[in-house]
Design a protein around this ligand. Sequence first.
Ligand SMILES: *[C@@H]1O[C@H](CO)[C@@H](O)[C@H](O)[C@H]1NC(C)=O
Ligand SMILES: *[C@@H]1O[C@H](CO)[C@@H](O)[C@H](O)[C@H]1NC(C)=O
Ligand SMILES: *[C@@H]1O[C@H](CO)[C@@H](O)[C@H](O)[C@H]1NC(C)=O
Ligand SMILES: *[C@@H]1O[C@H](CO)[C@@H](O)[C@H](O)[C@H]1NC(C)=O
Ligand SMILES: *[C@@H]1O[C@H](CO)[C@@H](O)[C@H](O)[C@H]1NC(C)=O
Ligand SMILES: *[C@@H]1O[C@H](CO)[C@@H](O)[C@H](O)[C@H]1NC(C)=O
Ligand SMILES: *[C@@H]1O[C@H](CO)[C@@H](O)[C@H](O)[C@H]1NC(C)=O
Ligand SMILES: *[C@@H]1O[C@H](CO)[C@@H](O)[C@H](O)[C@H]1NC(C)=O
Ligand SMILES: [Cu+2]
Length: 579
Amino acid sequence: MSFAHLLSILLLASSTLAKTVTYDFSVTWTKGNPDGQYERKVIGINGQWPIPQIDVDLGDRLVINFHNGLPDQDSSLHFHGLFQNGTTFMDGPAMVSQCPVPPGMNITYDFIVDQPGTYWYHSHVKGQYPDGIRGAFIVHDPQGPYKNSYDAEIILTLSDWYHEQMPVLAKRFISYLNPTGAEPVPQSALMNDSQNITLAVKPGKTYMVRMVNMAAFAAQYVWFEEHTMKVIEIDGIYTEPMDADMLYLTAAQRVSVLITTKNDTSKNYAFMGSMDQDLFDKVPDGLNPNVTGWLSYNSNAPLPAALPVPEFKPLDDMLLIPYSRIPLLPPADLTVTLNVTMSNLGDGANYAFFNGLTYVRPQVPTLFTALSVGDAATNPLVYGRDTVPHILPHMQIIDIVVNNQDPGKHPFHLHGHVFQTIFRSSDDAGNFEGHLESEYPKVPMIRDTILAPPGGHVVLRFRADNPGVWLFHCHLEWHLLSGLVTTFIEAPMELQRNTTIPENHRALCVKRGILMEGNAVGRKGKDVLDLRGENRSPDPLPEGFTARGIVALAGSTVTAILGMGAVVWYGGAQVPGEI
Ligand SMILES: *[C@@H]1O[C@H](CO)[C@@H](O)[C@H](O)[C@H]1NC(C)=O
Ligand SMILES: *[C@@H]1O[C@H](CO)[C@@H](O)[C@H](O)[C@H]1NC(C)=O
Ligand SMILES: *[C@@H]1O[C@H](CO)[C@@H](O)[C@H](O)[C@H]1NC(C)=O
Ligand SMILES: *[C@@H]1O[C@H](CO)[C@@H](O)[C@H](O)[C@H]1NC(C)=O
Ligand SMILES: *[C@@H]1O[C@H](CO)[C@@H](O)[C@H](O)[C@H]1NC(C)=O
Ligand SMILES: *[C@@H]1O[C@H](CO)[C@@H](O)[C@H](O)[C@H]1NC(C)=O
Ligand SMILES: *[C@@H]1O[C@H](CO)[C@@H](O)[C@H](O)[C@H]1NC(C)=O
Ligand SMILES: *[C@@H]1O[C@H](CO)[C@@H](O)[C@H](O)[C@H]1NC(C)=O
Ligand SMILES: [Cu+2]
C-alpha cells in the first residue's frame, strides 16, 4: 500500500470515527477515608474523590478545561505515557513545559490521543498527586489485536496511602533532621482507592483487567488466587500473550491481563496486592502492606480470607515481547549515561543526583527557553546547570544508560516516548561496561517506566522522533522531590519551527510574573550564556562531612550546618521540588 493510500484510509477513518471528548475539571479540596482508618483532606475533582476516570477512543481529541479551585496550592495535569507528539506544551510538568496553574486560574489541555491502552493522569507540581489528584486514563481500541479475546473490561487501580498531606511529609523528608533521606512509609495499600472491593464476575467469561499503579512510592505484587493472568499490554504496548501467576507493578507502571473465570459459581476468590517492603527503610510496627479484593461469583458465598504466599515470584517483564515485534533499533548515535547517587548537601538534607546534579527548577520554563533563544537552544548551558539538561538531536538513536549506584530500587519514567529495554542487569552488578549489539534481544521489551535494579544498571533505547521538552525521572514521588530528574531537550530547532504556546497557557506565567523568554534566568541575545543568578541546589557539604556524621551530630553542630544552609538559602539557592 502506498503511503498516500494509507494516509487517505487513516484520514477517512479519523473523519468518520474520531470525536471530541470534553471534560470540565474543577480541582478542589474534599474529604476521603479510603483505608477506613483516618478521614483527611484530599484533592478531588468537581467535588468528587476518587477523581473521575478519563475514557477516550483511539484517535479522539481530548479537551480538558481545568480550573484550579484550590485556594492554597498550584496545580497542573500530566497524562502519563502519552507522547504529546506536536503538543509538548500539553505535557504538564510545571516549569518544564508550562507555568504552574495558580489558585483560581484555568488551563485547557487539548490534544489528539493516538495511542491505545492503559494510562493515568496526575498533577505534576510539587509532589501533589499522592494527595488525591491521580486517576486512570483509558484509551479504548475498537480495532485492537485482542478485541475478540475478552467479554468485558475491568479497571483496577493500585496505590499507596498516607494519612498526612504531601507538603507536611515533603518538608519532613527534605530536611537536615532526616539526613539519611528515609522516605515516608505509607499507612496503607489501596485498590480502586479503597479496600476489600468485590468484583462481580460471571462464570466462563474472559475479562480484560487493566491495572495501573498510581502510587507515590510503593510497588505492589499482585495476584488472583487460582486464576492465571495472561499479560497482553504493558504501558500502552500490546504484548504477545504470556501467562503469569503474579505481577510486579512499580509506581506508574500499567499491565493489562486476560482472566478467564471458572464455570463453577459455588466459591469466591481473593485477589491481593502487597507492597514491596524492600523500598521502606524502616517498616513501621503493625504496617499492613496488603490489600485484598474478591472475584465474586456468588454473592451468597463467603469472601474467603486471602491465603499467604510463601514467596513473591512475579513475572520478569524483560521476557515480554511487543505484539508489533518491532526489532532492535540500530546502534545508538548518542549515549546518555546517568549515574544515580544519593547524598547530603550543605543544608544537611539528603538529595538524589544524576551525575552529581540534583534537579532545581529554572526561572523560565525549559520549553519556553528552547523556543525563544534561537540557535542557542542547542546549547545545554542556556537551560541552567540544575535542570540537568541533555540535548537530543532530531531522529538520532539514543541510549540511556542508568547506573543505579544506590542500594534502592528506582522506577524511571521517560516522558514523550516509550523505549526498548535492551538490557537490565541483576542486582549489584555495578556499572554498565558496554555490550556487543548481538547480545541484545532481537525484539526488545518496550514500555515507558522501568525498574532499575539496586546497585545495577539498565539500558534503554529510542529514536528522538518527537521534538519537545521531556523529563526523565524516578517516579517515586520522594525522589522527584529530592531531584532525581533530568531534562531532555529533543530537537529544539525542529520544535522552534512549529510550536505555538496557547494564550491561556501564557496567561498563567503572566499571572505569576514568570518570564516566558530567554535562558533559564530570562537573558537573551548576546547575554544568552550569562546564567548569573540561576536557581541552584544548596552547596555541597564541607569536606569531611558524611551522612553518617550528620546523623551523629549534636545540636550545636546542627545549628552550624543550619546557619550555613541559611547562607546558601539567602544566596539565591532554591529548594527542589517544583515539579
Ligand atoms: C478491609 O478489611 C480488613 C480486614 O477485615 C480491615 O482491617 C480493613 O479495615 C478493611 N478496610 C476498609 C477500608 O474497610
Ligand atoms: C474557569 O473555570 C471555571 C470552572 O470550570 C469556569 O467557571 C470559568 O468560567 C473559567 N474561567 C475562564 C476565564 O475560562
Ligand atoms: C474500579 O473502578 C472502576 C471505575 O473507576 C470500575 O470500572 C471498576 O469496576 C472498579 N474495579 C473493581 C475491581 O471494583
Ligand atoms: C467451562 O465450560 C465450557 C463450556 O462447557 C468449557 O468449554 C470450558 O472448558 C469450561 N472451563 C473450565 C475452566 O472448566
Ligand atoms: C501480607 O501478605 C503476605 C503474602 O501473602 C504475607 O506473607 C504477609 O503475612 C501478609 N501481611 C499481613 C500483615 O497480613
Ligand atoms: C559514572 O560513574 C563511573 C564510576 O563510578 C565513572 O567512571 C563514570 O565516569 C561516571 N559517569 C558519568 C557520566 O558521570
Ligand atoms: C511523532 O510524529 C512524527 C510525525 O508524524 C512521527 O514520525 C514520529 O514517529 C512520532 N513520534 C512519536 C514518539 O510518536
Ligand atoms: C505544524 O503543526 C501543525 C499542527 O500540529 C500541523 O498541522 C502542520 O502540518 C505543522 N507544520 C509543519 C511545517 O510541520
Ligand atoms: Cu527513586
